[in-house]
Design a protein around this ligand. Structure first.
Ligand code: PBG
Length: 327
């Protein structure tokens, strides 16, 4: 016996073909979901400065972006509406002519056979105080009154043609409430993607610019404390018990521990959202020439996949899908 080791993992790294054969994880365009913004009252797409390459779309530019994503093989598209008017109860969210519902109809018609069309079921874009729910007299976010509003919003989105409702409000019981409203109205095939473990992170900053957020305070009474790992699993298991079809962890790269716990414990598909601030950090460093942008993007998405997300929401979806198709 040689005095050198027999186990030599390096044998499996000797050539590109060998490395490809033994790769444990692979990215595929169909695993990616593209988040998009549709803004009311503009006649040309508006760039979002802190999210290079991302726009507030007009219906026409949205159609083009959606078609491009579908042609690249992207698996899903998730739409956020940016309305002109806001009020205390977020009327624009339940109005069939509200901007998000208009966008859902457009996407379902244009690309609904090629991609899964996903809504954002949260009131924050539509309320004048910017919270994800309606407020009680004392100014706190009223959980159960918000659930009643989510039920109406869910019905409007199902009727607009959404395939999956992205329940992102973080009210307790949101999945069960929306599920029962959908079923009672006969929308039994419309699914729910629950933002099950959604943290109160600093990393939503650029998104708030993207949706012209009206928020002045914070969301710490409903979004999760970044200190909590076990609670991420607890929130997820509650959503699964209420009937969530897909569960999501958000943000992604700073929460890979939570993602890994969730992926090990649940049997429904698991998604992760690579959010605006996570994207902005990479873009800013790449712009300065401090990191290799393309390699960092692919390594970022791979790490999220490796930690257990079968589905990844990323603003880079179309671009990354195109690279993956070239390989
Ligand atoms: C809520 C919502 C938010 C994001 C997606 N859905 C913002 C928030 O909760 O404050 C953030 C996404 C991102 O930062 O990319 N409607």
């Amino acid at each position: 016996m040689s005095r050198f080791p027999n186990a030599r993992p390096r044998r499996l790294r000797t050539s590109p073909a060998m490395r490809r054969l033994v790769a444990e994880t692979r990215l595929h365009p169909a695993d990616l979901v593209l988040p998009v913004f549709l803004r009311e009252g503009i006649d040309s797409p508006q760039p979002i400065t802190s999210m290079p390459g991302v726009y507030q779309h007009t219906p026409d530019s949205l159609r083009r972006a959606a078609t491009e994503a579908a042609e690249a093989g992207v698996g899903g598209i998730m739409i956020f509406g940016v309305p002109e008017d806001h009020d205390a109860t977020g009327t624009g969210a339940v109005d069939p002519e509200g901007i998000q519902n208009v966008g859902l109809r457009l996407l379902a018609e244009e690309v609904g056979d090629a991609m899964v069309v996903i809504s954002d079921l949260c009131l924050d874009e539509f309320t004048d105080h910017g919270h994800c729910g309606v407020l009680a007299a004392d100014g706190t976010v009223d959980n159960d009154a918000s659930l009643a509003r989510y039920q109406e919003m869910g019905l409007a989105q199902a009727e607009a043609g959404a395939h999956l409702l992205g329940l992102s409000g973080m009210m307790d019981g949101q999945v069960g409430a929306v599920r029962s409203a959908l079923d009672a109205a006969g929308h039994t095939s419309t699914g729910t993607l629950a933002y099950a473990a959604k943290y109160a992170t600093a990393l939503y900053g650029p998104f708030r610019e993207a949706v012209d957020s009206q928020l002045t305070g914070d969301r710490k009474t409903y979004q999760m404390d970044p200190a909590n790992r076990r609670e991420g699993l607890r929130e997820t298991l509650l959503d699964v018990a209420e009937g969530a079809d897909v569960v999501m962890v958000k943000p992604s790269t700073l929460y890979l521990d939570v993602l890994s716990d969730v992926a090990r414990e649940v049997t429904v598909p698991v998604a992760a959202y690579h959010v605006s601030g996570e994207m902005a950090m990479v873009e800013a460093a790449a712009e300065r020439g401090w990191i290799d942008r393309d390699r960092t993007i692919l390594e970022t998405l791979l790490s999220i996949h490796r930690a257990g997300a079968g589905i990844i929401a990323t603003y880079w979806a179309t671009e990354a899908a195109a690279w993956l198709n070239e390989r």
